[in-house]
Design a binder for this molecule. Structure first.
Ligand code: ATP
Length: 639
């Protein structure tokens, strides 16, 4: 409702009707977003931009193409994230491009970089000194998008020179504002504090408005809410901007889900669980519901897709295509097809676990993590894996997520046969008896599992909810029972210089949670315990190349206070899983501050302890500031 009332203070520039969209106009909007601190206003600005794009496009094809391009450039991507095409070019390459594109020396550029800490601002200040005989034509959104896509896809020995040439060519056509955003896009961070989640809300509004306009009606809060729900559901089931925009424009955003459904080859955003601390808490929560307990395997989440053409795809917890890492699963799927002749396609939610073939038992996660991640050849694999399927989301082209868990599970048992030591179903127990569950939990731990997953079995509450952290799935880890508390996955944003035994290296780290509304990393705590000497060495090796002179614009930290400020800052690239005793309010650490009281204090962690590096999660999958506040408030209610 608030969104409908809102008038942006900034006027989104007019775009030429029926013509290519000038890149300069898009950059004007980026600058407005950069200068606007209010999230709702940012959404309004973006949605107005998208509405303009739709109204100036003359054909449906133009609408689709223009909106896809503008939308991708706003989230700074060139394709769905599961395709792995990424921007994020190195600073040196970008400086080289700037040097030859503007005639400035590397030395001057380095000095500017030291001063501004932002390649975009350096580019903006670096007015071209080269006089050109002919003024090049202004850049269009399509050109920039296609070039960025091509640059992201270039690899191999001559790719650096090709990238340089393409960037140079674009730079010669840029004014200073365009140069700023072009450089930032190439670097992988637009610094407009506008995360994908907010772009999706803006998209829903623009598409709904467009649809209502075509029907000669005005948008109202119910229509907006419906569009928002449809588009969010579509994104969790088929996270592909192009496909969703195309379907929404062709069939209407209000009926989007009648035309958008799971597809083998497109990873579904996984359903997630909420933590619980005891079996009695579970019994209280599921008092009048039928539920099931499953082993919580300690491996790597694997969403296994069989495509109708017979190929296999394996997607990670963060929807990354990791098929190449598991060539040993290809024969497993071949065997599955042979054993189950009726199967044409499926999507299975599984945990991929290290497996001791001789002793026929599960091995701990640490063993799985020793497997190579790149250039894996089947003949070199020493750590075997077994897939434990715990859910089925699609079978032979038909989505099953609206079935109850009981039905899905029966469907899975009926249509797929197990392959000992290679493909099995998760161990389960359907009981609500405290003693029986306690025994099952103990057994799961003896069988090298982390504990149990408890899931509602029947009715509406047991449907598969893509991307949701649902109350209908609870995780009970053995660690919670030991009173250590829940574990969090936090972004490493800085480090402290080591003292004593750690002299010469890092002494500890500064961590942050992720704000999914703004796309910012909000400092949450210092961490210095739980690391072995080997781990410190590994971290130094991995983090050293990511050191930057200044904290990135997307890092939120109380810069007015020197208390706890790290000496070293990083480009965020890594997540730590940490255990924590409890939460506390803090004036220095700003995690969740915007969601808490007057915004002057954030939440911090007491006694955080390092468990492991989480490289199966993307930065956006870090524990969110919203979750931190939820956990803090839950703790406050308990006390
Ligand atoms: P989250 O994203 O919920 O914080 P996480 O990736 O940190 O989760 P956990 O907190 O350990 O992992 O719990 C959920 C994970 O447990 C799932 O993502 C999945 O990989 C794993 N898992 C193992 N066994 C099961 C099961 N039977 N059902 C569902 N998930 C399971």
């Amino acid at each position: 409702k608030e969104l409908l009332k809102m008038e942006p203070d900034v006027k989104v520039p007019d775009l030429p009707v029926g013509k290519p969209i000038p890149y300069s106009k898009l950059c004007e909007v980026f600058e407005a977003l950069e200068n606007e601190p209010g999230r709702l206003k940012c959404i309004e600005i973006a949605s107005e931009l998208f509405t303009h794009v739709l109204s100036i496009s003359e054909t449906q094809e133009d609408q689709i193409r223009n909106l896809v391009e503008v939308n991708y450039l706003t989230i700074n991507r060139v394709s769905p994230d599961y395709e792995g095409l990424e921007l994020g070019l190195g600073e040196t390459l970008l400086m080289k491009a700037l040097a030859s594109g503007t005639g400035r020396s590397m030395q001057q550029l380095k000095e500017d970089m030291g001063e501004y800490g932002d390649i975009g601002l350096v580019a903006q200040k670096s007015r071209s000194k080269q006089s050109l005989m002919f003024k090049p034509k202004p850049l269009t959104v399509s050109q920039v998008f296609n070039n960025l896509k091509q640059i992201a896809g270039l690899s191999g020995s001559s790719s650096q020179n090709k990238k340089l040439a393409m960037i140079n060519k674009m730079l010669t056509s840029c004014d200073s504002r365009e140069a700023k955003f072009l450089m930032r896009s190439l670097e992988g961070s637009l610094r407009i504090q506008f995360a994908e989640k907010s772009v999706v809300v803006a998209l829903a509004k623009a598409l709904a408005e467009n649809e209502m306009r075509q029907k000669g009606k005005k948008i109202n809060p119910d229509v907006l809410a419906q569009a928002d729900e449809q588009i969010k559901e579509a994104f969790s089931q088929v996270p592909n901007h192009e496909l969703i925009i195309e379907t929404a424009i062709k069939y209407g955003v209000l009926n989007l889900m009648d035309h958008c459904t799971l597809k083998p080859g497109i990873p579904v955003k996984p359903m997630l669980a909420k933590p619980t601390k005891s079996i009695t808490e579970i019994l209280d929560q599921f008092e009048n519901q039928e539920f099931t307990c499953e082993y919580k395997y300690d491996g790597e989440r694997a969403q296994v897709h069989l495509l109708p053409d017979g190929t296999l795809r394996v997607y990670s917890r963060s929807s990354e295509n990791m098929t190449q890492r598991y060539p040993d699963l290809i024969p497993v799927v071949e065997e599955l097809k042979r054993l189950n002749p009726g199967v044409e396609s499926f999507i299975l939610d599984c945990e991929c676990v290290a497996w001791d073939k001789k002793q026929e038992k599960i091995l701990p996660f640490q063993i799985l993590s020793t497997r190579k991640r790149k250039d894996v050849k089947e003949e070199d694999i020493t750590v075997q894996v077994c897939l434990f399927a715990f859910d089925i989301l699609l079978y032979n082209g038909e989505s099953l997520i609206k079935m109850s868990l009981k039905e899905r599970r029966e469907y899975m048992y009926d249509n797929l046969k197990v392959i000992p030591g290679k493909f099995r179903f998760s161990e389960k127990l359907d009981s609500s008896d405290l003693d029986v569950i306690t025994k099952f939990l103990d057994q799961s731990v003896k069988d090298a599992c982390e504990g149990l997953m408890i899931k509602t079995l029947n009715g509406q509450d047991s449907l598969y909810e893509p991307s949701k952290r649902s109350r209908n799935w609870l995780k009970l880890k053995k660690d919670y029972l030991e009173g250590v508390g829940d574990s969090l996955d936090l972004v490493v944003i800085g480090a402290y210089v080591g003292k004593g035994k750690r002299t010469g290296g890092y002494g500890g780290f500064l961590l942050a949670s992720y704000n999914t509304d703004t796309g910012e990393y909000e400092a949450i705590c210092k961490i210095g315990t739980g690391f072995s000497d080997e781990m410190f060495a590994t971290l130094t090796e991995k983090l050293k190349p990511t050191e930057v002179a200044e904290p990135k614009g997307s890092i939120i930290y109380d810069k007015t206070s020197s208390r706890g400020a790290p000496e070293i800052w990083f480009e965020p690239t890594m997540l730590f899983e940490v255990k924590v005793a409890d939460f506390t309010e803090s004036p220095v650490y700003k995690a969740g501050a915007s969601l808490l009281g007057d915004g002057s204090k954030g939440v911090s962690l007491r006694f955080p302890r390092f468990i492991r590096i989480r490289d199966d999660k993307a930065l956006e999958d870090a524990t969110s500031s919203e979750q931190i506040v939820e956990l803090y408030e839950k703790q406050a209610n308990l006390n």
